[in-house]
Design a protein around this ligand. Structure first.
Ligand code: MD3
Ligand code: FE
Length: 210
């Protein structure tokens, strides 16, 4: 389903088996070298979502190789299988004509939502690349709010993102405001390995070197 130009939602893209594999990989990254934690914002606010990064560490509002705001450790290497998964996702969303081999995601942001977690409306602007963002959802369903490129307010479209769903944000949608106003507790299939809460994995190109 094309939600806006460049924004494509593919429900139930990941099989339960692939969801379980991704959950296992995320469990590993959540243990370290940088632990899953609530990100603290420069103004002192604490995000309700818990996060961990792979490849590059996102700290508000820049990328680095080391988690200077957490434990100083260097983040885990970005594995080749995630690059392949990202390319596969773009072909699925945009079609075989899309030059997916040019896509070189080098960072993954892994977000864990408990029943109370939310993400306010924001833009992702730290990347020095206009390449698409690939989003994969596992576990509880959420309400995802996809907005406009001007501000946090209307117009926006609310979309339910369920376990296994793929969402790609490219072209004019890449710099749109978006957020997660609600998670629906108890909607997950335990066969995915998520017994409660929601996991979201986004793949991105930072456009950074080194
Ligand atoms: C649209 N995560 O990590 S995924 C984020 O479900 C983030 O955890 C949400 O927003 C989540 O920054 C939403 C969908 C998403 C991710 C990145 C985008 C949509 C996007 C970047 C640009 C435009
Ligand atoms: Fe975002």
């Amino acid at each position: 389903t094309v939600v806006a130009p460049g924004a494509v939602h593919v429900p139930e893209w990941l099989s339960v088996e692939r969801q379980r594999e991704l959950v296992e990989a995320c469990r590993g990254w959540a243990r370290g070298p940088v632990p899953l934690r609530h990100t603290v914002l420069p103004g002192g606010g604490v995000m309700s979502v818990q996060s961990v990064c792979v490849g590059w560490h996102w700290q508000p509002y820049r990328y680095s190789r080391t988690a200077d705001d957490v434990n100083g450790a260097r983040v885990a290497e970005f594995p080749d299988w995630l690059v392949k998964l990202g390319r596969e996702a773009l072909v699925e969303a945009y079609g075989e004509e899309y030059s997916a081999e040019a896509y070189a995601p080098d960072t993954a942001l892994i977000n864990f939502y408990d029943d109370a977690a939310r993400m306010g409306m924001h833009q992702d602007k730290e990347e020095r690349s206009g390449a698409p963002v690939v989003s994969l959802s596992i576990g509880d369903t959420c309400v995802f709010r996809f907005g406009n490129t001007e501000d946090r307010g209307r117009p926006y479209t609310d979309v339910e993102l369920a376990s296994g769903d793929l969402f790609v944000f490219g072209g004019p949608s890449r710099f749109a405001f978006h957020g997660v106003p609600k998670v629906r507790p108890g909607t997950a299939d335990p066969a995915t390995g998520m017994s409660g809460g929601r996991l979201n994995v986004t793949l991105r190109e930072t456009g950074l070197a080194g």
